[in-house]
Design a protein around this ligand. Sequence first.
Ligand SMILES: Cc1cc2nc3c(=O)[nH]c(=O)nc-3n(C[C@H](O)[C@H](O)[C@H](O)COP(=O)(O)O)c2cc1C
Length: 204
Amino acid sequence: MSADRKRTFALAITGASGALYAVRTMAALLERECHLELVISDYGRRLLHDELGEDAAVARLRDFLVAKYGDAASRGSYTVLSNKDLGATIASGSHDCEAMVIVPCSMKTLAGVAHGLSRNLIERAADVMLKEKRRLVLVPREAPMSLPQLKNLVLCAEAGAMILPAMPAFYQMPKTLDDLADFMAGKILSALGFDQTLYPKWEG
Ligand SMILES: Cc1cc2nc3c(=O)[nH]c(=O)nc-3n(C[C@H](O)[C@H](O)[C@H](O)COP(=O)(O)O)c2cc1C
């Protein structure tokens, strides 16, 4: 990779609860001057709206991120891809996309990834990450989980995905929902190889 090329990641948002994790992760990657290939499922859009309000509409996401996290969130760039477009950049392994995060990851999308269905761009891009042996981070959220859901997590882990459940910790003494989102985004950044400072490291 040339030194001046931005690190490029696929970021997918699906219809599980936890839209705050998605926007915090997006802002953190943009703060690090990354380029994001962003795909949001129909229910991902709905959850952005239901959990974060009108201002988090996809067309206004950059303004939303800057208002919430500051100007640094405009350092990077992103392209919004249609989940229906199986001919988009990240549908091919030849595209320069080094890793993918699905945050939050619904049980439906998890099932699609586990079984290699490629029914939409999110599932296809995840399949590409697995076949190319690139980092795929899944942030599932459901409670409780059925046996098929648990088996799908195992299938994805066996195929090489990192399962990073939406399970924020409490040892960092969170005071706000944003503290919990910082923790999850920090974990995701670490999984992508960044030295993160979103939550304090455990000092023992
Ligand atoms: C308000 C709301 C909350 C939901 N929360 C979850 C959830 O936490 N986990 C999950 O797996 N599905 C959840 N769902 C169901 C998914 O959105 C649904 O299965 C959808 O088909 C997922 O599609 P997608 O993976 O293409 O986004 C929720 C749906 C709604 C409307």
